[in-house]
Design a protein. Structure first.
Length: 255
């Protein structure tokens, strides 16, 4: 049983891909966001701890501690993002084959590929950043080439550097379409981000700083959860279009 009809070997299409991304995300709004919330729990604790410490801002010892806590939070954010991305990717493929997302299985699988996922994520991030430092466009091109690296690891797990090559192979010939998808997706996320900032800012200005912080965190969880859904669906659609296989065949590795 599948939830989404697809003809094996169809062309890779922007509209179909984006439609599937939002359908999958909103069908699994609770489990995907809960995955992010649980995996990112240590970061949220640090954020709240930093917020409490900030009341002592101006005291040298407190300022030093704030800097250390902030650095740890940044590192953990980077690490936990890729672990949650792997867990959500597993959940996406459960949904695409008509199965309910099994929270425990997805969480467990995310942890099982945590090391290669984090290492590959670091490589992709560094290469994209360096490309953007040279000139913005090369960074975008590099990211499009390596866009499905994490789904490759979750599904195929050929190793960190082999996953980069596999992503380049799958995205080849469809990078203009991928650019269009990224552009539309980024516009949507930016609009939601602005709305979230306005809402949390208004709430904080009313004297409810903690509530404003919680609202801000809720929007951040949304950004964290929906990105991996995009990359997983793109990976699925690229393989269906280029290799002439079905989603059921793709996820047979989990059986």
């Amino acid at each position: 049983m599948t939830t989404i009809d697809e003809s094996v070997g169809n062309d890779f299409r922007i509209g179909d891909t984006l439609s599937k991304v939002f359908s999958v995300y909103f069908r699994n709004f609770i489990p995907f966001n809960l995955l992010v919330l649980i995996i990112a729990a240590p970061i949220l604790v640090l954020v709240l701890f930093t917020d409490i410490l900030s009341y002592g801002n101006g005291v040298e010892a407190v300022d030093t501690l704030l800097g250390i806590v902030a650095l740890i939070a940044v590192i953990l954010t980077f690490v936990f993002y890729f672990v949650s991305a792997a867990a959500i990717t597993h959940g996406v493929f459960q949904d695409l084959t008509g199965k309910p997302v099994n929270f425990t299985e997805s969480f467990s699988h995310g942890l099982s590929v945590a090391v290669p996922t984090i290492l590959a994520g670091i490589v992709v991030s560094v290469l994209s950043f360096l490309g953007m430092m040279v000139f913005f466009i090369p960074g975008i091109i590099i990211f499009m080439i390596l866009m499905v690296t994490i789904p490759v690891i979750v599904i195929e797990n050929p190793g960190v550097f082999a996953s980069l090559g596999r992503s380049a192979e799958l995205t080849k010939g469809n990078r203009w379409a991928l650019f269009g998808i990224l552009l539309i997706f980024m516009v949507i996320v930016i609009v939601v981000s602005i709305v979230g900032s306005l809402i949390s800012g208004i709430i904080a200005a009313m004297g409810m700083e903690i509530v404003g912080l919680i609202v801000s965190i809720a929007f951040q969880i949304f950004y964290t959860a929906i990105g991996p859904v995009l990359y997983a669906v793109v990976y699925n659609n690229l393989r269906v279009a280029k290799e002439g296989i079905s989603t059921d065949q793709i996820v047979s590795v989990f059986e």
